[in-house]
Design a protein around this ligand. Structure first.
Ligand SMILES: NC(=[NH2+])NCCC[C@H](N)C(=O)O
Ligand SMILES: [Mn+2]
Ligand SMILES: [Mn+2]
Length: 301
């Protein structure tokens, strides 16, 4: 395993959805021992603490179907600047959420360096709604559409105008709750999806081999892993705001992380949607840290 200079940034943002508590995700993940765990593998860790999240309105503006738009724009803009500065120094950004809307900022920052970025979206959801298709108005259900350049211009133009990632460079793993508008976009844009159906039918080994080979065929200059803890089954990660039954298992998830580490393709990562208020004794924060272990090169033997 290559030894990395990993820089950790926490984003205590809960404005991308409607349940309180996910703003405490970064603390829960740190408390579960993230920093020490990765240092023990031999990496050099720097924790930059949390970015400032300010409450501007916390109101659902019915005219836009975008809850707390101002707060999300301000936090993700700050995050994008931070991430851009981290990669500028040659360090590996590891972002701790916070709800999944933070990916808008992470990926915007990455796009300052990576001109042909790939994204692995490990999630029960596609997060490809726009204000027009969203059933909830929650921006955490929209980040993948935004990175493709679709959605409200305030979100699409964060840090740098327009599309950050090409749709054909995106792979979704674990999907099992997809809204009608998202289904349409997936087909229209040619986003690669390995849903629970493929995981059940072919097994995680085949799915990950195919996902990795697919990305390796794209001539990418970086691959970002955006891991929503609700990608796993809620029996393993109960501390999430939008749990969906029938998810990826704990073992399958470790295998997926190990295969990514073996392939050596991941250049940045984020772990999101950990909500300690909904959790059982920080189980979900602990799973996040365990998966980080595998992603960053821990071996059983
Ligand atoms: N990052 C997440 N947990 N997203 C859940 C999104 C749920 C639903 N598709 C929505 O748009 O509201
Ligand atoms: Mn999700
Ligand atoms: Mn998500």
């Amino acid at each position: 395993m290559k030894k990395l200079d990993i820089t950790v940034v926490g984003v205590p943002l809960d404005f991308g959805q409607s349940r309180r508590g996910v703003d405490m995700g970064p603390s829960a993940i740190r408390y579960a021992g993230a920093i020490k765990r990765l240092e023990a593998i031999g990496h050099t860790l720097k924790d930059e603490g949390d970015i400032q999240v300010s409450a501007i309105e916390r109101s659902h503006r019915e005219d836009t179907n975008l809850k707390n738009l101002e707060e999300v724009v301000s936090a993700t803009t700050e995050l994008a600047e931070k991430v851009a500065a981290i990669i500028e120094k040659g360090e590996f950004p590891l972002v701790l959420g916070g709800d999944h809307s933070i990916a808008i900022g992470t990926i915007a920052g990455l796009a300052s360096k990576y001109k042909n970025l790939g994204v692995i979206w490990y999630d029960a959801h596609a997060d490809m709604n726009t204000a027009e298709t969203s059933p909830s108005g929650n921006i955490h259900g929209m980040p993948l559409a935004v990175t493709m350049g679709l959605g409200h211009e305030r979100l699409v133009n964060i840090y740098k105008d327009g599309q950050k990632v090409k749709p054909e460079n995106i792979v979704i793993i674990g999907a099992r709750s997809v809204d009608p508008g998202e289904r349409k976009l997936i087909k229209e844009k040619g986003v690669k999806v390995f849903s629970m159906h493929e995981i059940d039918r072919d097994g995680m080994t085949v799915v990950m081999n195919e996902a990795i080979a697919y990305l390796q065929s794209k001539d990418l200059d970086g691959v970002h892993l955006s891991l929503d803890l609700d990608g796993l089954d809620p029996i393993y990660t109960p501390g999430v705001g939008t749990p969906v039954q029938g998810g990826i298992s704990y073992r399958e998830s470790h295998l997926a992380m190990e295969m990514l580490e073996d392939a050596g393709i991941i250049t940045s990562a984020e772990f999101v949607e950990v909500n300690p208020i909904l959790d059982e004794k920080n189980k979900t924060g602990e799973v996040a840290v365990e998966l980080m272990g595998s992603l960053f090169g821990e071996k059983l033997l």
